[in-house]
Design a protein around this ligand. Structure first.
Ligand code: NAD
Length: 398
């Protein structure tokens, strides 16, 4: 099949297996070009391992320090003439590249929020690796079924208390328009915390501990975001921000549980980046187009792999203690939040229009990164080639 991008709103319905493979390869090459990551965490579990920050974390672990990785994700294989999702193809590529070098990599595809997938993963750890040295929790999801109550919660991306008036962009046409988002009600806030807060992260660590599957001094890490004033009402002070508050507070609860084994839980606050999840958040894509332009001009732009590689080398696996801010969070959003970057973005924000955006924003960069998420627009890939879309993930039996 010759595969073309089929974009609908903020998703792409197709993915390109060779493009995804090339994407994974370029992330591996990036990590390798910077030399080995000195790191004793050789058995790593990544929950949400197939795209975005989780994929980069798996790649940095496996190819930066030769770690055995188990990746959990929720992706679709190719069926009825439809391509698989990009996360499926990425995972196939990660496993194939790892296995070619004799590095252990297995994956579990299913709902990580369910007790069943958690058990399946823990059984695999027990059988193959015995214990885990680092757990990276990188799920982004619009819904979660509570494994105990069976209730399904949906997250919403809304402000709290007051309606939010701002500008937004259709990234595919470049058209800027006004947007008003009504505030969430209390139930919506609670539901969003249920989905994107730290409850599920805590359940994973509690179960791993109960079965003695965490090695002495095990670390666990989850990802958060803060961002600037422009997006604050929508993001950090909105429903998703409440969930991130909960996630960040969960690090302390989880650390207390890890004390007997000398382990610790961290949250890393990362930069705003184009991923499948962030493209669905109102106002964030417009902010990202301005941010990318400013950061690229300043030579400070990073993607997921650059962020995770820097976080591993310069924040966690330093020769001394893990480097945190004054409330214990790892920060790799430091370049995004530099005063000069934010003042340039804020000043450009006051000048945004459909006409000015090509000058003040990096819409081309946004679009090409969005395409890349699905394996399109990557140098060296033959997009005219007739390809097999049914790609096997070696460790997954179908
Ligand atoms: P993403 O959409 O690229 O990746 C999400 C991952 O979660 C995928 O591997 C997907 O398969 C997996 N997943 C989703 N639902 C699942 C389920 N029920 N069971 C198993 N796996 C499931 O997202 P991302 O942007 O990399 O986000 C990862 C984390 O990083 C999130 O906590 C997000 O808030 C945080 N973060 C993102 C940004 C950003 O700008 N993108 C910035 C800072 C922090």
């Amino acid at each position: 099949m010759i595969i073309q991008p089929k974009i609908r709103g903020f998703i792409c319905l197709t993915a390109h297996p060779e493009g995804c493979r090339a994407n994974v390869k370029s992330q591996i090459d990036y990590v390798r070009a910077h030399g080995p990551i000195p790191n004793d965490k050789k058995r790593v579990l990544v929950i949400g391992a197939s795209t975005g920050f989780g994929l980069a974390s798996r790649i940095a672990s496996a190819f930066g320090s030769g770690a055995a990785t188990i990746g959990v994700m929720f992706e679709k294989k190719s069926e009825n003439g439809r391509t698989a999702t990009s996360g499926w193809y990425n995972t196939a590529a990660v496993e194939n590249f790892a296995h070619a070098e004799g590095i252990y990599a297995k994956s579990i595809n299913g709902d990580a929020y369910s007790a069943e997938i958690r058990k399946q993963t823990l059984d695999l750890i027990e059988k193959d690796l015995q214990q885990i040295d680092m757990v990276i929790y990188s799920i982004a999801s619009p819904r979660r079924t509570d494994p105990q109550s069976g209730i399904t919660y949906k997250s919403v991306l809304k402000p709290i208390q007051n309606e939010f008036n701002s500008l937004t962009i259709d990234v595919h046409t470049g058209k800027i328009s006004d947007v008003t988002i009504e505030p969430a009600n209390e139930q919506e806030v609670e539901d969003t915390v249920k989905v994107m807060g730290g409850e599920d992260w805590d359940l994973w660590i509690t179960d791993l501990l109960a079965r003695n599957l965490l090695a002495p001094s095990a670390l666990t890490l989850a990802y958060s975001y803060i961002g600037p004033k422009i997006t604050e009402a929508m993001y950090r002070k909105g429903t998703i921000g409440k969930a991130k508050d909960h996630l960040e507070n969960s690090a302390a609860t989880i650390t207390a549980k890890l004390l007997p084994i000398g382990g610790k839980a961290y949250v890393s606050v990362n930069k705003a980046l184009v991923t499948q999840s962030s493209s669905a958040i109102p106002v964030i894509p417009l902010y990202i187009t301005l941010l990318y332009k400013t950061m690229k001009d300043a030579g400070l732009h990073e993607g997921c792999i650059e962020q995770i590689d820097r976080m591993f080398r310069e924040r966690i696996f330093t020769n001394a203690a893990v480097i945190c801010d004054d409330v214990g969070r790892i920060r790799v959003d430091d370049w995004e939040l530099k005063a000069e970057i934010q003042s340039a973005v804020a000043s450009n924000w006051t000048r945004i229009s459909t006409e000015t955006l090509p000058m003040i924003g990096d819409l081309g960069g946004y679009r090409s990164e969005f395409h890349r998420l699905f394996g399109f627009g990557i140098d060296g890939v033959d997009y005219g080639a007739d390809l097999e879309i049914d790609v096997k993930i070696p460790s997954i039996e179908e």
